[in-house]
Design a protein around this ligand. Structure first.
Ligand code: PHE
Length: 330
């Protein structure tokens, strides 16, 4: 191919390359090398040029120099345009010397933490965890638990009614009935849950709170076992130095019954944290367990009371206000 056509061919190739100029700097540099590199297309044209007879050199020398200049100038312009558009990108890039942004980690609510701890202690000694309905009928919340028609708990003043025979459960003891209806003995469960009472709100009472019910039914279950299990739980929860007392009490669904108090040094008074007792045979009769064969104990812990003692919280209402200044302390 005569040199003149070769020059035109390289010019054409360069124009094509320029109209399709890459935005990636390294690819752009490849274009430069292809045309202006030491073994590039221009260099090769100059080699051809060297072979020419002397009389042809002035004309083609001029032609070649023009092509080289055209390519050099236009490449430079294209590369410069590229580095200018690339620069804002560089300014946006990460400064790795800056300190990192810290995340605001959420925390678990103190009641959740207390509940988790209670569950851990009881599941480790063989209790399974079960749940039951918060809206329940009169039978499960009262009647089957031997709570008589005229018991004050059935009063509008104490219970939230949804319908005449449907209530927001006033305790987790309703799940005792569900569990015994659904399972044959022996059984051993704890039942965490929310309960509701239509009470005057104060530092120690709120319209909703949390309980963990316990129910153990087997052939030989004694009050001593109940006392030992609850004492073990309290020592796990509060440490071995805590002062506790079992106080005789009454519940329609247990006989005998007791309440357990913990000494609150800050208030210098006993604080009730649970009710308990041996399952009343009348309750077994209501669920079809043979009360001549089966014995059992039951208890109901107040989670708020336990959390208040454990974390030295003076007002139960703080648990429900979602004030971050309070919640961040746990
Ligand atoms: N349900 C009772 C209450 O809410 C507590 C309790 C549970 C008592 C189980 C005895 C046995 O006060």
């Amino acid at each position: 191919m005569p040199l003149k056509s070769q020059i035109e061919a390289v010019r054409e190739q360069f124009r094509a390359a320029l109209s399709n100029f890459p935005s990636d700097p390294r690819e752009a540099d490849q274009v430069r090398i292809r045309f202006l590199g030491r073994k590039g297309l221009i260099a090769r044209l100059f080699e051809e040029f060297a072979q020419l007879p002397p009389e042809q050199k002035p004309v083609f020398g001029k032609e070649l120099n023009l092509l080289k200049k055209e390519i050099t100038d236009q490449l430079q312009a294209a590369l410069q345009a590229l580095s200018q558009t690339a620069q804002p990108q560089a300014r946006r890039s990460v400064d790795y010397t800056l300190p990192g942004r810290s995340f605001q980690l959420g925390k678990r609510h103190p009641l959740t933490q207390t509940l988790e701890e209670v569950k851990r202690i009881f599941t480790q000694i063989g209790f399974a965890v079960a749940y039951g309905p918060e809206i329940d009928d009169d039978f499960h919340n009262f009647e089957a638990l031997n709570i008589p028609e005229h018991h004050p708990a059935r009063d509008m003043q104490d219970t939230f009614f949804i319908e005449p025979k449907v209530v927001l459960r006033t305790h987790t003891s309703n799940v005792q009935i569900h569990l015994m209806e659904e399972n044959d003995p022996p059984i051993r469960f704890i039942v965490p849950g929310r309960v509701y009472r239509n009470e005057a709100i104060s530092f120690k009472s709120y319209c909703l709170f949390h309980q963990v019910e316990g129910l153990y039914v087997d052939k030989r279950v004694t009050f001593t076992e109940l006392k030992g299990t609850l004492t073990y739980f309290i020592h796990q929860m509060f440490g071995p130095e805590v002062q506790i007392r079992f106080r005789p009490s009454f519940f329609p669904f247990t006989e005998p019954s007791a309440e357990v108090d913990i000494w609150n040094e800050e208030r210098r008074q006993w604080m009730e944290i649970l009710g308990c007792g041996m399952v009343d045979p009348a309750v077994f009769d209501n669920v079809g367990y043979d009360s001549r064969i089966w014995h059992g104990y039951a208890f109901g812990l107040g989670i708020e009371r336990i959390a208040m003692l454990k974390y030295h919280i003076q007002d139960i209402r703080l648990f429900y206000q979602n004030d971050l200044r309070f919640l961040r302390q746990f």
